[in-house]
Design a protein around this ligand. Sequence first.
Ligand code: SF4
Length: 200
Amino acid sequence: MLPMDEPALQRLVAAWQRVESRYRAYGLLLPGQPSFICQPQACDAHCCRSFSVSLGDHEVQRMQATAGLSPVEFLESEEGEPIALPLARPYLLARVENRCALLSPDLACGRYEGRPDACRLYPHQVLVVDETTGRPSATASGAPVAAVDQFLRGEPGGTLPLLLRHLECPGFTGPPLTAAAWAVLLRNTCELQYGGPPWP
Ligand code: SF4
């Protein structure tokens, strides 16, 4: 059952109002609001130019498998070896002329099937908020996805998953999100962001 009744949505709005001052770059995305359709011409593919994208091993392997590229062809490298930083996602997508090296001249992703998780997430994000304290909740393994499932089942719980959109992105011009599409987007974004099953 989807908890699309007014009280459930008001819980999300109230939780967002308690944290939004710390997340000024984002807005709360609710059913009925415009969906995202990439409009690279409208922003000159701003996201593929502005962010350095880090990748983990599974993303490198996916890019290799789908794009047929060797790691040094799409990762920042030195002396023929990808640079590995001391991070959970240690590799960096290669950049040229201050943009992602895979951005096509027509402003489409040149390796869309293999694109990293960060590119799949953008411009959405899930923030889990403790409904009692009004603070972002700890993200113990599995907790964010459990919070999503609990909310989508209409069960009361101590944490609420807020689906956010990056305000700078001009792509929110699509048809209004149905309740079902919103629920799928919320869950898929959460799984991808917090390390759930691979994005289909
Ligand atoms: S991999 Fe594709 S979507 Fe990601 S930054 Fe590069 S061009 Fe953009």
